[in-house]
Design a protein around this ligand. Structure first.
Ligand SMILES: [Zn+2]
Ligand SMILES: [Zn+2]
Length: 265
């Protein structure tokens, strides 16, 4: 099994707790074959990550770690871009990304209309909460320049306490539209295991979405813990692999210079 963690944050992200080098050491300790750092990056001035990433330092740090640990661990440079589809910032984002030497880009929805998901819920019904979220993902997948959709169905993390989980059948049509467009545009899906670390106790996205993606012909899948500390590196990723196998996937993907590479599970 090719062991990877393709969603990891370090201190280069506003909410990352540990140094990138320490995370590499941990990854080697637990026998990972490859790790991809996916630091937060946002071009919306209202987002908490705006202006946080020191790309030059990030680039240099990765290069240094590659020199030191490259014989034991494949280390990749990625970003998790929040709302990479916002029209006013498309040009800025394109210019910024072009300057970077990236292996991988996760596209994520953390905000709707510049408001954090958690804060978009008051005054909405449960169905409106989930509907608005999936519509934002749909808008993203239509135009964003990304390699995978990050933690699809993250809304359940925030809605869970007050409204519970959602029923796949209630949103099947829009989810199918999202996945169909993603496949057409060569955008993959990540299985994000951080949901297994909180009350939702379920991966993002839920298994029905993984099955639908498979049935629609989707192939590109990455696995990530969305860890923000050395302790959570690869956490629950083994379960992620098992789940993918159970859904009939035979391969997982890594990326080099934004090109997908398949590996047998
Ligand atoms: Zn995220
Ligand atoms: Zn993340």
């Amino acid at each position: 099994m090719y062991k990877v963690d393709y969603h990891h944050h370090s201190k280069f992200s506003f909410d990352g707790k540990d140094f990138l080098e320490d995370i590499c050491k941990k990854a080697i300790e637990i026998d990972l074959n490859e790790i991809c750092f996916t630091e937060h990056f946002d071009v919306d001035p209202k987002d908490v990550s705006y202006g946080v990433l020191d790309y030059k330092a990030y680039h240099e740090c990765i290069e240094l770690c590659k020199q030191k640990y490259g014989n034991k661990l494949n280390i990749k440079r990625g970003l998790e871009i929040g709302e990479p589809h916002l029209k006013p910032y498309l040009e800025t984002l394109k210019n910024e990304v072009e300057k970077m030497d990236l292996d991988f880009i996760i596209g994520s929805v953390h905000n709707i209309n510049s408001v954090k998901l958690r804060l978009t819920m008051p005054s909405k019904t449960k169905s409106k909460i989930y509907e608005d979220y999936f519509n934002e993902i749909l808008a993203m997948v239509k135009i964003a320049d990304i390699d995978v959709i990050g933690h699809l169905d993250l809304m359940k993390r925030y809605a869970f306490a007050d409204y519970g989980n959602y029923e796949f059948e209630d949103y099947k049509d829009i989810i199918e539209e999202i996945l169909t467009i993603a496949i057409k545009r060569n955008i993959g899906l990540e299985i994000n295991t951080s949901g297994l670390r909180n009350k939702v106790n379920e991966v993002y996205p839920k298994i029905e979405i993984l099955n639908l993606y498979k049935n629609l012909g989707g192939k590109i899948i990455t696995i990530g813990s969305d860890s923000h500390s050395t302790n959570d590196c690869f956490s629950y990723c083994k379960q992620g692999y098992d789940l993918l196998k159970a859904c009939g996937f035979e391969k997982i993907y890594t990326f080099t210079k934004r090109c997908p590479i398949e590996h047998k599970i």
